[in-house]
Ligand binder design. Structure first.
Ligand code: PLP
Length: 414
């Protein structure tokens, strides 16, 4: 047990982590095994990332082969590497954007910063430099880089840095109230707003599916006001809601789509932004085209891209997106009875993701530990909510088992 370690965990109360550290040593399918040898059903799929499940040796082989050939070569200037070009091509064919351009990054927070910077740059280039404000929804999580921290709809992620917002021009709109969102736009003035960023299903904020008509309404509001619509599909992308992208499920075409996590199912860090042609066009056309002065050493890391391509092959060959769709009602039905527990406030599901919100007085940490003792790994999202978002390879029986274990923990107020 490594209680004394110099390792500083992200987003973590370190005195507690130092005492209770859970070291995960290996994984297979929907399961992980701790250093002490305990097997746990991985309900959060790591951090929402393990769409194809753990322990895929095919991916290890692809990564090893790529590293033996060329670990990576950067994309700055006219340099490129073949896996990055192939991945861009493959993503372009998958996205709910016609003929998109693809900007590659190292993860979700990078992709959010990329999309927000590009939104602001786009309006500068379009001759409307006043359009700078980035709107986001209450309860939203968009990673923890500069823009992600600033547009967080979870106040605790924005607080304590000495300014209301690291990036000055940001504002929040309600989670799903279109009339109030229109009023905020009116108040700020559409001429000052560059973009709105929205998770189709709010994840870290507690798993909230969009109410009927909300996403289409928000998309339309953005269009009417010349505000770029940025869909943050870091969690929902690559099958989580039973379609390749949640924008397809809710039938909207964004101006930009932000991806990470499921793009490699976590086998290597990678992120991407898909960009509609009308946004990219000024940067691609003519000798005077401006440069988007943004990028990372590892934008389009060759090994990460090779891994992403193999991850997409596995999703395709095993029809895992359809499997996620088939498991959606299984998960919803298995969790529904939990609402009868005196400890539970609400059970919310959307695709193969769910949040079991416990009453505020319930000691949720105790519930998490109790589940763990019975072989089920979960964790807490905002609002005392148990995090459930299993790998797509989970079976119906494993879902039933997990629901049974949670029901056992939730029988009486903890
Ligand atoms: N956007 C959403 C919706 C996320 O859930 C996350 C991470 O959980 C991010 C962005 C940030 O991604 P990363 O942690 O890879 O930087």
């Amino acid at each position: 047990m490594s209680t004394h370690s110099p390792l500083w965990h992200p987003q973590t109360h370190m005195p507690t982590a130092g005492r209770d550290r859970l070291v995960i040593a290996s994984g297979d399918g929907a399961w992980v095994t701790t250093e002490d040898g305990q097997r746990l059903l991985d309900l959060p799929a790591g951090l929402w990332h393990a769409n194809i499940g753990h322990g895929r040796t095919r991916i290890a082989d692809v990564a090893a082969a790529q590293i033996r050939t060329l670990e990576t070569y950067h994309l700055f200037g006219a340099h490129a590497n073949r896996p990055a070009l192939d991945l861009a091509e493959r993503l372009a064919g998958l996205l709910p954007i016609e003929d998109p351009r693809i900007f590659l990054t190292s993860g979700g927070s990078d992709s959010i910063d990329t999309a927000c910077k590009l939104a602001r740059r786009y309006w500068q280039v379009a001759g409307r430099p006043g359009k700078k404000v980035i709107l986001s929804r209450d309860g939203a999580y968009h990673g923890l880089h500069g823009f992600g921290t600033s547009i967080a709809g979870l106040d605790f992620n924005r607080d304590g840095y000495g300014t209301e917002s690291l990036v000055p021009e940001t504002a929040r709109v309600p989670r799903s109230d279109l009339a109030e969102t229109a009023a905020v736009i009116e108040r700020i003035g559409a001429d000052a707003i560059a973009a709105i960023v929205a998770e189709p299903v709010i994840g870290t904020g507690g798993v909230y599916a969009p109410p009927d008509g909300y996403l289409a309404g928000l998309r339309e509001l953005a269009r009417q006001n010349d505000i770029l619509f940025i869909a943050d599909e870091v969690i929902t992308g690559f099958g989580r809601t039973g379609e390749w992208f949640a924008c397809q499920r809710w039938d909207i075409e964004p101006d930009m789509i932000v991806m990470a996590k499921g793009i490699t199912s976590g086998y290597l860090p990678l992120g991407a932004v898909g960009i509609a042609p009308h946004v990219a066009e000024p940067f691609f056309t003519g000798a005077e085209a401006p440069i988007f002065r943004h990028g990372l050493t590892y934008s389009g890391h060759a090994t990460a891209c090779a891994v992403a391509l193999e991850n997409l092959n596995i999703l395709d060959e095993e029809d895992l997106v359809a499997r996620a769709a088939k498991l959606e009602p299984v998960l919803a039905q298995a969790l529904a009875p939990l609402v009868d527990s005196p400890s539970v406030q609400e059970v919310r599901t959307a695709g193969l993701m769910a949040g079991v919100q416990l009453k505020p007085e319930v000691d949720a940490g105790k519930v998490v530990l109790g589940a763990r003792e019975n072989g089920v790994l979960t964790r807490l999202l905002a609002g005392n909510t148990l995090h459930i978002c299993p790998p797509f390879v989970i079976t119906a029986e494993e879902i039933e088992y997990a629901a049974g274990v949670l029901a056992g923990q939730l029988q009486a107020p903890a």
